[in-house]
Design a protein around this ligand. Structure first.
Ligand code: SF4
Length: 339
């Protein structure tokens, strides 16, 4: 494995405007580019090319960090407040994981949270890492906080194959439990579900049950999406190596499209909806997400045709699949802005 390189980058601004009506937030913060978690399905992989980097192993091992992000953020918020345009809510980790390994030392996400707390700006955070618990003191102090924990399987073999460097599903469930016990609203993102690997009836039932047992009450799931040649190529190289017997089936499912046909997805979503009901979980599609000063209901997002480009790896690609309302949350068109 290549040694990881950490590269500072000077950003002019930290808060990025998200000008996509289909996204449930107006502002995002991503302190890092590249992600040490290195998930094989990561949609953000292809965005490494924006930095002149390869979308392969470099995505996991050449990590760019926004040097002095909290100070730049503070100056930006001061300017916005002076203009009377202070945001009420910011989404953190929409593109890459804000609690990837480097954060333990760099503390850029923590610094941004401290700055947001100074200005009373609410946050939603999306992560696969229990490192978020380090910042529980700040989460308790911020208004309207929610934490989205991504966990798509309990199978440790599948987890390790496709997520080479994320904390285990068990640790993420434990993290969800600690957050809910601390009074923080937790949403589980069961994403991406991998066809023929993690979408079996027993698999999804076990996941829903484990989430319920961890105290999670809101959940969303969405299937794997392979939206760009870079992502597709990297994912297939991992799949062929770990599950050569599935290469042909996946080829048929994804050869002509970035995503699975409705005929495959809908029955699975419908079954998960039944399982969630049994275990007392609600779909996040019915949840209100702050967007500016208005309440924004994910499930009411316009069902416009999906873009040909990728969604954020940290956001489900369908907002409300469980009730058969298939709604896309595209963000690749604003992927640059997300950084
Ligand atoms: S899916 Fe999320 S945790 Fe995994 S590599 Fe991408 S940004 Fe990191």
């Amino acid at each position: 494995m290549n040694p990881t390189q950490y590269l500072p980058m000077r950003a002019k601004t930290i808060l990025n405007a998200v000008n996509a009506p289909s996204m449930p937030f107006d502002w995002s913060i991503n302190p890092y580019r590249g992600c040490q978690h290195g998930c094989s399905f990561c949609y953000a992989r292809s965005t490494h090319a924006f930095l002149g980097e390869a979308a392969d192993d470099a995505f996991q091992h050449r990590i760019f960090y926004k040097d002095d992000a909290p100070t730049i953020l503070r100056a930006q918020l001061q300017r916005m407040r002076a203009r009377g345009k202070l945001p009420s809510h910011v989404a953190i980790g929409t593109a890459t994981d804000p609690y990837q390994q480097l954060e333990a030392k760099a503390k850029l996400t923590r610094g941004c949270l401290e700055t947001l707390a100074e200005f009373g700006v609410g946050v939603s955070i999306t992560t696969r890492s229990p490192l978020v618990l380090r910042d529980l003191d700040l989460l308790r102090a911020l208004p309207g906080v929610s934490v989205n924990i991504s966990v798509h399987t309990l199978d440790t073999r599948i987890w390790r194959t496709f997520e080479p460097s994320t904390p285990s599903p068990a640790r993420r469930l434990e993290c969800a439990r600690t957050l809910t016990e601390a009074g923080i609203r937790v949403h589980a993102f069961a994403a991406p579900m991998l066809p023929l690997l993690t979408d079996g009836e027993a698999d999804t039932e076990a996941l829903v049950e484990a989430l319920a047992n961890a105290g999670v009450r809101y959940m969303m799931s969405s299937f794997l999406r392979l939206s760009t040649p870079e992502v597709k190529s990297w994912f297939f190289s991992v799949l062929r190596s770990a599950h050569p017997e599935l290469a042909e089936a996946y080829g048929k499912l994804y050869w002509h499209s970035a995503r699975l046909p409705d005929s495959y997805r809908r029955p699975v979503y419908s079954r998960i909806a039944s399982q969630m009901k049994r275990y007392g979980l609600s779909e996040i599609g019915a949840m209100e997400v702050p967007k500016g000063d208005a309440a924004y209901v994910l499930g009411s997002v316009s069902g416009a045709a999906p873009p040909a480009t990728a969604a954020s790896p940290h956001l489900p690609t369908t907002a409300s699949p469980l009730s058969s309302k298939v709604v896309d949350l595209p963000c690749q068109p604003v992927q640059l802005a997300l950084f």
